[in-house]
Design a binder for this molecule. Structure first.
Ligand SMILES: [Zn+2]
Length: 278
C-alpha cells in the first residue's frame, strides 16, 4: 500500500464526479485512493428503461460505480448499505432503510471503521449545502465531519480499531464568483433550461473560503469517461451537455475545495495541493 491515501466519502454513485479530477491526479502520482458510497442510488433516475428497473436500479448503479472507480484508478470502494432517501418530502425519505432514517451513531461508526482501516491523510466530502441540497448529501457532509474527529479519538468506537488522525478534511464546493459567472452567461444567452434558477446568492460559498483550485484540464477526457460509466444517470446532466463544448470545458477546468479541518496547518494561497504538508 502507498504511504499516501486519499478518501472521498459521498452519498450516491456519481457523486464522486465532484472530485474525479483529484482522484485521477493523485492516483497517477502514487497516492492510494478510496471512495465510500452511503447508498447505491436506488431512487435515481433511469435514463433508458433497457438499463434497469426501479427494483434493480441499486444493483445496476453499484456496477456503474465499480466501472467509474476503475476508470478513476480507485481500488478501494465501500458501500455503507443504506437506501437512497430521494429528494426531501418524498415517500422514499420515510423508508426505514433510507439513509435519512439511519442512526447517526451507526453511520459515524461505520465511517470510523473505514477510516481506521484505510488510514487516509486526506478526506473529501460535500460542503454543508450538499452541492444542491439533496438530503443525503447534507447528511454525508455531517457524518463525515463527525467521523473525522471520532476516528482520532480512541475512546470512541474502540471496536473499530486503533485511533487514526486524518490530517485534513476538505469540502468540495463552488466559489460564488463561479456560480455568478455561470448564471450571467446563461442569462446573456437567454437560456431557458433548468439552470435558470441558478442563484449566485444561494449556491456556492464565498470565494475567500475556497482554499484549493485544482486545475484538472489534463483530466477532462478521463473525467468524462468515468462520468459516462453512470449510464442510468446520463439524463441528470443533460443541461450541461447541451451547452457549447467550449463553455463546458471552461466550467469543468477546475475543482474547488474548502479546507474544513486540518491538523497540519492552513493551506498557503496558490499552493493548490490537497497533500501539502502531509
Ligand atoms: Zn448524489
Amino acid at each position: 500500500m502507498s504511504t499516501k491515501r486519499l478518501l472521498g466519502i459521498f452519498a450516491h454513485p456519481d457523486d464522486e464526479g465532484t472530485m474525479s479530477g483529484a482522484l485521477l491526479q493523485y492516483s497517477t502520482s502514487g497516492v492510494e485512493t478510496g471512495l465510500v458510497c452511503a447508498t447505491r442510488g436506488e431512487v435515481g433516475e433511469i435514463a433508458d428503461p433497457a438499463l434497469a428497473t426501479p427494483e434493480n436500479l441499486g444493483e445496476v448503479r453499484e456496477g456503474e460505480m465499480r466501472g467509474a472507480a476503475d476508470v478513476l484508478g480507485v481500488r478501494n470502494l465501500w458501500f455503507l448499505g443504506y437506501r437512497d432517501s430521494g429528494m426531501a418530502g418524498t415517500a422514499d425519505n420515510e423508508d426505514p432503510r433510507a439513509f435519512a432514517q439511519a442512526s447517526a451513531a451507526e453511520v459515524v461508526g461505520k465511517l470510523v471503521g473505514i477510516i481506521r482501516q484505510f488510514r487516509p491523510q486526506v478526506m473529501v466530502t460535500f460542503d454543508e449545502s450538499g452541492a444542491y441540497g439533496h438530503p443525503d448529501h447534507i447528511a454525508i457532509y455531517r457524518y463525515t465531519t463527525s467521523a473525522f474527529y471520532a476516528a482520532a479519538d480512541a475512546v470512541q468506537y474502540p471496536e473499530h480499531g486503533p485511533a487514526h488522525m486524518v490530517s485534513k478534511l476538505y469540502y468540495s464546493a463552488f466559489p460564488r464568483s463561479f456560480v455568478r459567472e455561470m448564471s450571467e452567461w446563461l442569462k446573456s444567452q437567454n437560456y431557458e433550461g433548468s439552470f435558470k434558477d441558478l442563484d449566485p446568492e444561494k449556491l456556492g460559498i464565498p470565494d475567500e473560503q475556497i482554499s484549493i483550485r485544482l486545475d484538472v484540464e489534463r483530466w477532462q477526457e478521463t473525467k468524462a469517461r468515468s462520468w459516462a460509466m453512470h449510464r442510468t444517470q446520463l439524463n441528470s446532466n443533460i443541461i450541461m451537455t447541451q451547452l457549447p463544448e467550449e463553455v463546458q470545458r471552461r466550467w469543468r477546468r477546475y475543482e474547488y475545495y474548502q479546507l474544513a479541518a486540518s491538523r497540519v496547518g492552513q493551506d498557503v494561497e496558490g499552493e493548490n495541493n490537497l497533500f501539502a504538508r502531509v
